[in-house]
Design a protein around this ligand. Sequence first.
Ligand code: FE2
Length: 294
Amino acid sequence: MAIDPAPAHSTASTLVFHLSDIHFGLVDEEAIAWVKREIAERRPDAVAITGDLTMRARHREFEAATRWIRSLDVPVTVEVGNHDLPYFNLIERFFTPYKRFKGVESVVEKELDLPGLAIVPLKTAVRAQPRLNWSKGWVTDAALTKCLAAIDALPDGVRALVAVHHPLREVGTSGTALTHNGQKALTALAQRPVIGVLSGHVHDPFDLVQETVHGPVRMIGAGTLSQRVRSTPPSFNELHWNGETLKVRARNLGDVRTRDMQIDDVPEDAMPPRQPGEPVAPIGNVPPTDPPVH
Ligand SMILES: [Fe+2]
């Protein structure tokens, strides 16, 4: 099988590594050791981690995540995922939900300004919602206003990559929508110089276009670096921006080609596809039994 070789990092292009759903506590050790080596050797201009650093927001999981992130000698930004909010301690979840990020708080939801390109955060994981499933996404008016203001403040000619955890899609029925207000957010982003929206959450990579009344928005999802795989082996996205086009490669240890790694629709969750019609990547690397969730 032909493979995607790692392209050279030319000085004319900006290189971003897009990682997601590392889930310290259930991490794939071989995969993150490989990614760490890749970061040290390739020296990307930025590393964007789109949420779910941990499995259950346990202190020891955050400690491992903090050690790993601090060992990277490149600019990093981290989105908060639904798994990163205190799960067992509801008082902490409501009153100090980000306390456990101590040690990496300076990189959480941080805008990164690169030459001609900015990575702008948009929070989608919230501590509580007026519905039963709090693992789903929700773009609040405050979060969207903050993100749009950051984009509008960029110097002329600078383009934006927006970093979220939950894909900005409202798949599912209205009460179970993957990301409430996702379409509203996409419609606002379509009117701005946004190259794409980087997300995670579903544990399979994708590179899709979502239409809005104000035009299309590119949605780029990174897979997982945990043992909780869906239909692809652990992976991360390598993004090359040359000022005009953004190339996406889904890098993985199995040397699977990018187009064989990407699903063509966004599922509602990260569980392996078990029902007919659920999107599956061409590689179809679905685990025979559901991976552990603890
Ligand atoms: Fe996840």
